[in-house]
Design a protein around this ligand. Structure first.
Ligand code: PLP
Length: 418
């Protein structure tokens, strides 16, 4: 007898609780995410019961092309049957082609790429390269920043809660408020190897810095001889309404960290792309920093297709237009609830709703789940609900989410008054 959907859920929940994380299993169930995903297409996920969800969480913002984009799936399928993993001894065509494409499209046409498998790994590589290129040890990062959870990436991140249990982290890291160029000016100096910044703090709660902030940071780095690392893991590939988040400020980084959307929603892949000055160490030893799976043909085939679909489909422009619709709708919805929501903000399709507390955010998240809309909260600022839909989302899907959001707010408000 095949298992019923309820049996599949109970069994999956039990395995998750016993073998993955009891706390997470309880949390998800409590928040109303009581189902098992089965398959997905575009912005829609179906669970094992056959119920349909609109995915505005999108694998933490990785799904700019939605689930299973047909052109990315076709490219991956073709490569899958040819050669998914490399030998590392013969030249790897998809990897070289994707590196050449990244040099064409990155701000300042950054020449060199190193491929890895995730965002945190890209940040690890970037901060290593900065030390090697400058002969300095220090880093400057921002309070509430999120750069990943491996030891190095965690060290240059800005939330103590995730750091404390793992101390000592790597030393010589200064943290300054995000969006404040004077604060950067005060701490960047002759010992600074690199300043690392997100163009918009994502997990920090969708915090948009004042215009010109990255340009000021660029100038400060140039004056002090430090490298500027821009972490575009979340903002890259159209999410904010430009191909890269730093394009809004017209800034060329020394090193850019990429991941998430580069895989086209099909494959995990990360990359660091940099100017030749940051690449010096590879001249002496091309094997000084390596990865077994980084740059594998399967992931690079996905990357090539993803970049082409993003650019040829005009997805950054689409994100800008649809972002305005989403932001406008949400702003109208919250007008009657100033006691619940303090701000709605965003750029392109990177949108945050800040609640008066994390409990309020969780309550609305659960109400949204009841209405089959998947959203998330921000890791560094749980009072901020984050919406990061695929850039291929339709106007109708946005309107459905806005309507569900209005109903969810009303439901939570009613609960509070009962
Ligand atoms: N950098 C930024 C800006 C991110 O938002 C994230 C993840 O959300 C990371 C790095 C880490 O990426 P990953 O989870 O792929 O390691």
């Amino acid at each position: 007898m095949p298992k019923t959907p309820d049996e599949i859920f109970e069994e999956t929940f039990a395995w998750h609780a016993k073998h993955l994380s009891p706390a997470q299993a309880t949390l998800l169930r409590f928040a109303g995410f009581e189902s098992v995903a089965d398959h997905a297409q575009g912005c829609i996920v179906w669970d094992v019961h056959g119920r349909e969800y609109l995915d505005f969480q999108g694998c933490y913002g990785a799904l700019t092309l939605g689930h299973c984009h047909p052109l990315v799936v076709a490219a991956v399928e073709e490569q899958l049957h040819k050669m998914p993993l490399p030998t590392h001894m013969l030249f790897n065509r998809p990897k070289a082609e994707l590196a050449a494409l990244l040099a064409e499209i990155t701000p300042g046409n950054l020449q060199y790429t190193f491929f890895c498998n995730s965002g945190a790994e890209a940040v690890e590589g970037a901060i290593k390269l900065a030390r090697a290129a400058t002969g300095r040890t220090g880093y400057v990062t921002t309070i509430n920043s999120f750069h990943g959870k491996t030891m190095g990436a965690l060290s240059v991140s800005g939330r103590e809660r995730y750091q404390k249990p793992f101390e000592p982290l790597i030393p010589d890291v200064s943290r300054v408020p995000f969006g404040d160029p004077e604060a950067l000016e005060r701490v960047v100096g002759e010992k600074t190897a690199a300043v690392i910044l997100e163009p918009i703090q994502g997990e920090g709660g969708v915090i948009i810095p004042p215009g010109g902030y990255l340009r000021r940071a660029r100038k400060i780095c140039d004056t002090e001889g430090a490298l500027l690392i821009i972490d575009e893991v979340q903002t890259g590939f159209g999410r904010t309404g430009r191909l890269f988040g730093c394009d809004h400020d017209g800034v060329v980084p020394d090193i850019i960290a990429l991941a998430k959307a580069l895989g086209g929603g099909v494959m995990p892949i990360g990359a660091i792309v940099a100017r030749p000055e940051a690449w010096k160490i590879f001249k002496d030893d091309p094997y000084i920093h390596t990865s077994t799976f980084g740059g594998n043909p399967l992931a690079c085939a996905a990357g090539l297709a993803a970049v082409k679909v993003t650019i040829e489909g005009g997805l950054p422009e689409r994100a800008r237009a649809l972002g305005e619709r989403l932001l406008g709708g949400l702003k109208t919805s919250v007008q009657a609830y100033p006691h619940l929501v303090t701000e709605v903000r965003g750029r392109g399709l990177m949108v945050g709703v800040e609640f008066v507390s994390s409990d309020h955010a969780t309550a609305v998240l659960s109400e949204m789940a009841l209405r089959r809309i998947l959203t998330t909260y921000s890791l560094n600022r749980p009072e901020v609900m984050r919406l990061a839909p695929p850039l291929i989302v339709t106007e109708d899907q946005i309107d459905r989410v806005v309507e569900a959001f209005s109903k969810s707010l009303a439901a939570v408000d009613k609960l509070l008054h009962e």
